[in-house]
Design a protein around this ligand. Structure first.
Ligand SMILES: [Zn+2]
Length: 198
């Protein structure tokens, strides 16, 4: 049903199904074909459940970006709703958008930015969950801060799309750090451990 890239394999599907059914299939994302290793890493993240679900959606390409809306013929333009300078893929919304770049530059040690920029998207996510050594500038658990910041970036993106304004830049980076620190401290109290942050 799906090809090696994870997309619907139309050459195999088309000869067997009526046009109406094919049109319905085209509105749906193909089933995810990956292994369970992603889920294990997501499950181990020390983040609120809503953030964990969000990261799961990212890995499974289940966020409704303009690129996806365009693929389903729901919009005329697949450009980013925030910067209007690139196709609004999930990677663009979370990593490449110039507005998002300001957030990451506020969080990443300058000598680690080239590594941060060079990785393919899925590897980028997994490497960040595994805390690339010394990548962050704050004294926090990096994987928690990274996942929560991705979630905040998407919330800011949706807020801009629907309300016309949203928090980005250094302010969002700082907010992600605060949320990550609060969650880690609360979690440490519940489990009887030491707070992660000072
Ligand atoms: Zn953009």
């Amino acid at each position: 049903m799906v090809d090696e890239s994870g997309e619907w394999d139309w050459c195999r599907i088309s000869p067997w199904l009526p046009k109406e059914t094919l049109e319905k299939i085209a509105t749906m994302l193909p089933p995810w074909q990956g292994t369970g290793s992603y889920w294990c890493q997501i499950w181990r993240l020390s983040v609120p459940q809503c953030v964990r679900v969000f990261i799961w959606l990212v890995f499974h390409r289940r966020l409704l970006t303009n690129a996806e809306r365009g693929r389903r013929n729901l919009v005329d333009s697949d450009r980013c709703s925030v910067c209007n300078t690139g196709t609004e893929s999930i990677e663009h919304a979370l990593r490449l958008c110039p507005q998002v770049r300001q957030v990451w530059e506020a969080m990443i040690a300058s000598d680690k930015l080239s590594v941060f920029d060079s990785l393919p998207f899925d590897t980028w996510l997994l490497q960040c969950f595994n805390s690339i050594a010394g990548i962050g500038v704050d004294n926090v658990i990096w994987s928690t801060q990274f996942a929560m910041t991705c979630w905040l970036i998407w919330k800011a993106h949706c807020t801009i799309v629907f309300d016309g304004a949203g928090l980005y830049g250094v302010g969002l980076a700082r907010y992600g750090r605060i949320l990550a620190a609060e969650f880690a401290d609360t979690h440490a109290c519940r489990t009887g451990g030491k707070p992660h942050y000072s």
